[in-house]
Design a binder for this molecule. Structure first.
Ligand code: ARG
Ligand code: ZN
Length: 874
């Protein structure tokens, strides 16, 4: 059944307090609940019937106001417990039985390694006990955990530990009280054999908070970075948003089996261990970075998500888009802001744009779903984050901060909609944001087409901006968006010109934000001495596709002179994209490929520019990804894209070999690795040089890579060498992969990397290797990280091999999806997305991909998660 946003009605009943008692055991856990319920005064009409959600539960007993309920007074349905005629106010007590060990879906209470843990967002709580499992039902929880002390010395739940004690038969218990009302999706318990890293944080008002990071004993040495990140995040939220932590203890638990990245449960975050554990030997600079980001993200949810939560799941971006924006800003303040913006835009354009362009396109606030877990999407999260960023740009830093303050002031403790958030922004900024709401309602990536006209006689310059947005499922026509277009104008020497619109007096700004609201608008600048080069969409001020016909010279001017680092980077990407796509056309038409000298020269200039920040340089010297190039083709030709891009890499690697060697040498480490030594940009650039040198496949480069692989004292440089080796048809490849596995076979996170390196190798034999790796003793279908590291990496990060013309890649993926369907539907559904892009390929590939989608849809017992994605795709 499809759930539709417009069908929302308030809950018929509310729950004031929840008391839970867990008799924990992996095979069979008993859950006793005591709920204080009452009819909702705001309900629509009379609602005698109480319908509690419940899945995969065995009901043992049921009492209403202390009296066992007679069988004719309730009904157990497949997904509900129905009490047809309860009183206005009553206590309901239920005992249910669940089996954590058999819960391979990893939603609800499940086993991960030496512990029992929970994941309740979005609708996992109903797999623990019967409940009104919806975010607008908020209650105070009191939770008692009982378990054998030897198996589970640590017993954790949300809030404060108020009682502990010993019980007969070697059991013990702990009781927790969370004083903050919360929706069920923020509930969490963890029980197991864990140890903690402890620390303290003093808030801006002087309160002392205990910080506790729980891991398996063997991982205790890998927690320092996560803890340091947490403290930085806590300080940052105080400084930037005036938000202080509210409980006495903040707990984080790392678990190996987790469907997503992490979860912001009140006072007790549960994390995928890959976003907690790090040591120089096992984690790359990117891993360190991702940990800081996710730790920040979950921490920031305490205010944007927990204190103020969502009324219903259609409002998911209320907390996720906003929290993505907050974690992006946090990371930007902790590292290089321009480089952070570039990596965020790269992700948006490669993943979210593709989603927006296909059959799964949906608005930031979706209108309907079958399975809400399918809407934890790039659009809801990352486009949602861009929407918040546009508000910040439109209102300016002070206006945005005022809007945030007003939002917290008005809605603390409530479950609200996106509308309430935008209204707070509108009221604080004194602005009409009615049209802006279209960003939440209309799917699709808008296209801005810019043309211009210079009139020398009047020294005036016109920018003509047209916006349009392609049709998306159920949305054939789109209305224009309200968006900020940050821009500047450069003269032909690359100097920034003052920006004065006709009718304005004074003003000497060299960068400004134009606001677009119409399908077509003209902006006329006066006092412009010569035909300028427009610098458009500075800092990527809106999530749109920009079309402006730049000449090669203009792009080089922007690349070398613009004051905005994003525009400098983007000009280089546009230029590289043109060059590669021209070569794709040459290749398709059977013409030989040749790289223009001017491109090599511009690349050389950049590479040898000692003044450039190295992290930025590494971004600027990275060619657009195959997937991003694919997005720009009418009919995607994965082979031609791969070959053209490789040709450019190999040609650059050959013609600029001396320069790459010099830069690589200049970036060589001078001491032992430290993740926070400020040299991550240097390492990235050095490893990028190595990958260019490796592209032509010369023996000296292979030797250099193998040498680096063997001598590296850190995972960044080890992977930096192993990645090009894994893509090289040379004996050193097998040797290095073997050595790597032997060294790291006991470390889950590193073994994931080992699987991914092989799955993403562009060598022609990759699919057979991937199929063989399914039988590797370390491969497990029940561990999401492992599935992603092999099946996900191959199908989502190896375009040319996945789309092999034989269709073997497609058959492989469909086979794995059908296996995962019964084990973990959420993960299975995520694996279907590559098939959703079938319309973008040639007729033969279309045919083969559709056939696999139909095979999936024909599977008996298909989970609705998988069904929804497959059915919408086909
Ligand atoms: N709220 C979590 C986060 O963004 C994501 C959890 C989603 N989990 C799920 N199974 N849908 O940090
Ligand atoms: Zn989140």
């Amino acid at each position: 059944v499809e759930i539709r946003r417009e069908d929302y009605t308030p809950p018929d009943y509310l729950i004031e307090t929840v008391e839970l008692r867990f008799e924990l055991d992996a095979e069979t856990t008993l859950v006793s609940s005591r709920l204080a319920l009452h009819a909702n005064p705001d309900r629509v009409g009379r609602a005698p019937e109480l319908r509690l959600d419940g899945e995969e539960l065995k009901l043992i007993s049921l009492q209403l106001d202390g009296v066992e309920l007679a069988p004719e007074r309730y009904r157990v349905e497949e997904k509900h417990l129905v009490i047809p005629d309860p009183p206005e106010r009553f206590i309901l007590e239920a005992v249910t039985e669940i089996s954590p060990a058999r819960n391979t879906a990893l939603s609800g209470l499940y086993v991960s390694g030496p512990m029992l843990c929970t994941q309740c967002e979005a609708e996992g709580f109903r797999r623990i006990t019967y409940f009104l499992d919806r975010p607008d039902v908020m209650a105070v929880y009191r939770v008692t955990l009982v378990a054998p002390k030897s198996k589970a010395p640590v017993l954790l739940a949300n809030g404060n530990r108020i009682e502990t004690g010993e019980l007969p038969d070697g059991r013990h218990y702990a009781t927790w009280l969370d004083p903050f009302k919360k929706p069920s999706y923020l509930f969490a318990v963890v029980a197991g054999d864990l140890v903690a890293l402890n620390d303290r944080f003093t808030t801006m008002s002087g309160r002392k908070i205990n910080l506790e990071l729980y891991v398996e004993q063997k991982n205790l040495g890998k927690c320092d970075h996560a803890m340091a990140s947490l403290k930085r995040a806590m300080r940052w939220d105080e400084e930037k948003f005036g938000r202080e932590y509210d409980l006495d203890t903040y707990m984080i638990v790392a678990v190996d089996d987790f469907n997503m990245g992490a979860m912001e449960n009140k006072g007790l975050n549960v994390f995928n261990s890959r976003y907690v554990l790090a040591s120089p030997e096992t984690a790359t600079d990117d891993d360190y970075q991702a940990i800081e980001e996710v730790i920040g993200h979950e921490y920031f949810h305490n205010w944007t998500g927990n204190r103020i939560t969502c009324r219903d799941w259609f409002q998911l971006s209320l907390k996720e888009g906003l929290t993505i924006y907050r974690d992006q800003e946090f990371s930007a303040d902790m590292q290089s802001r321009p480089v952070k913006r570039i990596t965020d835009v790269r992700l948006l354009r490669s993943s979210q744009f593709a989603e927006d362009a296909g059959p799964l396109a949906h608005p930031v606030r979706p209108d309907a779903y079958l399975e809400i877990n399918n809407f934890y999407s790039m659009t809801v999260y990352h486009k949602g984050g861009e929407v918040i960023r546009m508000l910040a740009t439109l209102l300016g830093p002070d206006g945005f901060r005022k809007g945030m303050d007003l939002y917290f002031e008005r809605h603390d403790g409530q479950a609200v909609r996106v509308d309430e958030f935008v209204q707070a922004m509108a009221d604080a900024g004194g602005r009409d944001l009615g049209q802006f709401m279209r960003w939440y309602d209309q799917a699709g990536t808008p296209v801005l087409t810019v043309t211009d006209h210079y009139d020398a006689a009047t020294r005036s310059y016109q920018l003509i901006v047209e916006q349009s947005c392609p049709a998306t499922p159920n949305q054939p026509e789109k209305k224009p968006f309200h968006l900020p277009l940050a821009m500047g104008l450069l003269d032909r020497q690359g100097r920034e010109l003052p920006l004065r619109l006709s009718g304005e007096t004074g003003g000497d700004s060299r960068s400004r934000v134009l606001e677009l609201r119409e399908a077509q608008e003209t902006f006329t600048f006066t006092g412009v001495p010569e035909k300028p080069v427009p610098s458009l969409l500075r800092n990527y001020s809106a999530p749109v596709k920009l079309r402006y016909d730049y000449t090669e010279e203009e792009l080089v001017l922007l690349m070398t002179h613009d004051s905005d680092p994003f525009v400098r980077w983007e000009a280089g990407q546009v230029r590289a994209g043109q060059v590669i796509l021209d070569l794709v056309a040459d290749r398709q038409q059977g013409r030989g490929m040749a790289l223009e000298d001017s491109f090599v020269a511009a690349f050389r200039t950049l590479l040898t520019d000692a003044k450039q920040d190295r992290a930025f340089l590494a971004e600027a010297l990275t060619l657009p990804a195959e997937s991003y190039l694919a997005e720009q083709m009418e009919v995607i030709d994965p082979d031609a894209i791969f070959e053209a891009r490789e040709f450019v890499r190999a040609t650059l690697g050959t013609r600029l070999a001396a320069e790459f060697q010099q830069t690589r040498a200049a970036c060589a480490p001078s001491g032992p690795y430290r993740p926070d030594d400020g040299l991550s940009g240097c390492r990235r650039l050095r490893n990028l040089c190595l990958s260019y040198l490796m592209a032509p496949g010369s023996q000296p480069a292979i030797d250099a890579a193998f040498g680096q692989f063997r001598s590296a004292d850190n995972m960044t440089d080890s992977i930096g060498a192993l990645m090009p080796l894994a893509g090289c048809d040379c004996p050193e490849r097998g040797e290095a992969l073997r050595m790597f596995y032997e060294k790291w076979k006991g470390d889950r996170g590193v073994v994931d990397k080992w699987f991914t390196l092989q799955a993403t190798s562009r060598l022609p034999g990759t699919l057979s290797e991937v199929i063989a790796l399914l039988d590797h003793p370390d491969f497990e279908f029940t561990n999401p990280n492992r599935v992603r590291s092999l099946v996900g990496a191959f199908s989502q990060s190896n375009q040319v091999r996945f789309h092999d013309a034989s269709g073997a890649g497609y058959r492989f993926l469909a086979d794995q999806i059908l296996k995962l369907n019964t084990i973990n539907p959420q993960i299975a559904a995520r694996m279907v997305t590559p098939f959703s892009r079938w319309r973008r390929f040639d007729a033969k590939r279309q045919e083969m991909m559709k056939k696999e989608l139909e095979r999936i849809l024909a599977e008996p017992g298909l989970a609705k998660d998988v069904y929804e994605i497959a059915a919408k795709s086909v």
